[in-house]
Design a protein around this ligand. Structure first.
Ligand code: GLP
Length: 243
């Protein structure tokens, strides 16, 4: 779906989420959302906060799983995705703190494997992710699944590409401060979501075209979404310009 601006695309995605939350509320069911970070979804979260404040959209039945987190990084660090999510969404809506799940950047290295297995098990025990929101990296990464990530990959510790560390260095004091590792949901974790919405704005046109129209390849992780039954790319005109 192509929109004239990121604001319009974000409003559309917010409505999709709101409709799902309300449908689930009507059925007295939980709504399991997979959430993304980065500059792309900031406007979407602002729209959701607006729907909460102005239209009373409640997040009491919402359970969230974030895609990824830097490792190691304390929750309280301004660059952590834990901080990002609280700053842009969780602090402003009525979600129960116990319903928030974010890979733990503070965990001891020897406990990561168990932590990742638990993350997967918890998602499964809740019946899977109803709607997964994604951004896309310039190299086609989704979450922190860098090029070459296996289609079968699950939540795990990964090494960040240099290009990703460079792109994300804007949030840190220089590239040397960007963690070299991260914990991310896997490609298979993402593919198991019942519905996927990927957002992309502005200068993402070349990678959006490769992801949507190129070959399905692990070298462009987002291209694997072509194999998902219910995946929508929500883009602005600029990000659609190479399609
Ligand atoms: C980051 C995140 C991804 C995000 C991507 C794009 O590294 N781990 O989840 O989709 O890069 O970031 P941005 O939205 O700032 O372009």
């Amino acid at each position: 779906k192509i929109f004239t601006s990121p604001a319009k695309g974000s409003a559309f995605a917010a409505q999709e989420i709101a409709t799902l939350i309300k449908d689930k509320q009507a059925k007295k069911e939980d709504c399991v959302l997979g959430l993304a970070t980065g500059s792309t979804p900031i406007h979407l979260y602002a729209e959701l906060v607006k729907l909460h404040k102005e239209e009373g959209l409640s997040f009491k039945n919402v359970i969230t799983f974030n895609l990824d987190e830097y490792f190691p990084l304390e929750h309280e660090a301004i660059q952590s995705y834990w901080s990002f999510m609280h700053r842009h969404l969780f602090n402003h809506v009525d979600i129960l703190p116990t319903n928030i799940h974010i890979p733990n950047g503070e965990i001891a290295k020897e406990d990561i494997k168990k932590h990742c297995q638990k993350y997967e098990q918890l998602i499964e025990a809740l019946g899977g992710i109803d709607l997964q929101i994604l951004g896309i990296g310039n190299n086609g990464h989704i979450g922190f699944n860098e090029p070459g990530s296996s289609i079968f990959s699950k939540t795990r510790l990964v090494t960040l590409d240099n290009s990703t560390r460079m792109a994300n260095s804007r949030d840190f004091q220089g590239i040397s401060q960007v963690p070299r590792l991260a914990i991310t949901m896997g490609i298979s974790t993402i593919l198991k979501a019942k519905k996927v919405i990927l957002l992309a704005w502005g200068n993402k046109a070349p990678i959006v075209a490769k992801a949507v129209e190129g070959h399905v390849t692990e070298q462009i992780p987002a291209s694997i979404l072509q194999q998902h039954n219910d995946c929508l790319f929500v883009v602005d005109e600029m990000a659609a310009s190479d399609l």
